[in-house]
Design a protein around this ligand. Sequence first.
Ligand code: AMP
Ligand code: MG
Length: 292
Amino acid sequence: MDYRKKLVVEPGSKVRLSKIDPSYSGEHESHEKALPEIQANVERMDKLQYLLYADGSQSLLVVLQALDAAGKDGVIRHVFSGMNPQGTFVFGFKQPSKDEAAHDFLWRAHLRTPEKGEVVVFNRSHYEDVLVVRVHKLVERRVWSKRYDLINDFEKILIQNRTTILKFFLHISPEEQLARFKQRLDDPSRHWKISESDYSERELWPQYVEAYEDAVALTSTKRAPWYIIPANHKWFRNLAVSQIVADTMDEMGLKLPPTRVNIADISRKYHAAARAKTGKGKGRTKEAVKAE
Ligand code: AMP
Ligand code: MG
């Protein structure tokens, strides 16, 4: 199944989250059966990230948005942990600091966008400024309502600078969220993650749904698409995200840069000399020397 086709939000389409089953898991029956596919995707991502880094002419920005406990951290740990940390960065966006709040809302996001060759994952993002900010009325409607266009323009700048953008909304049900909060209560190692506001935010669920539906519908574009990932099953979430990332990177046309040196020359000049000095290679077969 091609989850890019299945889960993408078509530009200009209306989004009704209530019509999308958060427990969807495709044709896959279980975690065990999906695991080899997830692992294969993660390995593909690792190889492609090496190419992206070597190629050095493009970059990838992955935006993760979701309500609490939907699995943003889980995606980072299970899907992106295969990539080389030298060239892969994760930034979490919290309540703006004094410095951040003193600038326009896109400033702090722009500071963190990937350099050429890099993969950057946003754990929350500039979208919070049309989500939590809208739901909690932190700014007036006339301010946040203009931000969708500003976000689209901002992302256009990045795309023109050869950044590929992928945006994921992890979609869980309120029941699943409550069950996950309960698991946290039952596990002392995760108590630090709990706050009372997690529970009070649940009362705003319908407002968040509305804000997400608008955000996703108004900013899903051909070049910076949103994907709505059914996330009640953690393994399906990981499968879908890893497949979409790997398939997208596959189509970026990444290439190893041309060799700038004469490999044969260098090999002869430095390695043959070293072998002669140490005596290595003497009296051995060609194959043994090669394998050295
Ligand atoms: P967490 O992701 O659990 O670490 O929490 C980060 C918190 O920061 C969340 O409650 C977000 O809604 C909040 N947050 C992120 N960006 C903004 C923003 N621009 N304005 C207000 N709150 C934000
Ligand atoms: Mg939280």
